[in-house]
Design a binder for this molecule. Structure first.
Ligand code: NAD
Length: 259
């Protein structure tokens, strides 16, 4: 991780869904280094608690909340608990998804199980909507807020596999624009990051490294993408530096697709 000397998120409170692992965990660590208090909202409470312990050891203020982002009641509880523990909600990162920790299936599209289609859309797309709606009253009341959604470069590429995943990410780009218009009146910025293939966690899995190396060859910047490559963009979108940017999708993929 790049050494952080600034405190751009000082006194801010950030909820990071799916923050127990992978890219979400890297976002938590970077936002915590920038001074934010963190709520790690994940369906995997054990990992969320481990992450919180690590962050606390590094001097950060963090709490774990078990959450299923596809369940409305659970999303309302994250917002309530965050306000209860830390007093406000300034930043929401809608990062939780079915992708790697809970594996997306890559069978040909005509063999895809329809229950998996439904669960994918429920977690990735409806989850993003429900969490955004749950934090809205708090952000509206303070007349300020930052919502960061996670799409994927696969939307721009239109990969032949994972149609349900690609469709969920397309929906997130549309939802980003719609919510940005709906919430702008209260100075709530809603933006989106579209990462390229990212080697998540410090995976020693040889096949994961190999497939990421193959991906790297298709980029202008020919190296593997890591979660930390995305964290600076997330901090920018969470900070006052991006106050006049809303409804946008920033592709962070080393220049594979141009958008
Ligand atoms: N890794 C990549 O190559 C890549 C590329 C493009 C976009 N993305 C996006 O970036 C984000 C993070 O990716 P990642 O690779 O770190 O994913 P990951 O699968 O490694 O981690 C996702 C986290 O979300 C949690 N989660 C899953 N379902 C949940 C639910 N219903 N409620 C709450 N938490 C839940 C998991 O427990 C896990 O901690 C995702 O939105 C993903 O779609 C990843």
């Amino acid at each position: 991780m790049a050494e952080v000397k600034t405190q751009r998120l000082k006194d801010k409170v950030a909820i990071i869904t799916g923050g127990a692992y992978g890219i979400g965990k890297a976002f938590a660590r970077r936002m915590g280094s920038e001074g934010a208090a963190l709520v790690i909202a994940d369906i995997d409470l054990d990992n969320a608690e481990k992450t919180v312990e690590e962050l606390k050891t590094e001097g950060m203020n963090a709490a774990a909340v078990k959450t299923d982002v596809s369940d409305e009641k659970s999303t309302l509880e994250i917002a309530e608990k965050t306000a209860e523990i830390f007093g406000s909600i300034d930043i929401l990162v809608n990062n939780a998804a079915i992708f790697s920790k809970i594996k997306v299936s890559t069978v040909p599209f005509d063999e895809l199980d329809m229950d998996e289609w439904d669960r994918m859309l429920a977690v990735n797309l409806k989850g993003t909507f429900l969490c955004s709606r749950a934090v809205y009253p708090y952000m509206k009341k303070q007349n300020k807020g930052k919502i960061i959604n996670m799409a994927s470069a696969t939307f721009f590429e239109g990969t032949p596999v994972m149609p349900h995943y690609v469709a969920s990410k397309a929906g997130i780009i549309g939802l980003t624009r719609s919510l940005a218009s709906a919430m702008a009146e209260y100075n709530i910025n809603v933006n989106c990051i579209a990462p390229g293939r990212t080697l998540s966690e410090d995976s020693s899995d040889e096949s994961a490294v190999k497939s990421n190396e193959i991906r790297a060859r298709t980029r202008q910047i020919k190296r593997i993408e890591y979660p930390d490559d995305l964290a600076g963009t997330a901090v920018f979108l969470a900070s006052e530096d991006s106050d006049f940017i809303t409804g946008q999708t920033i592709v962070v993929d080393g220049g594979t697709i141009f958008h």
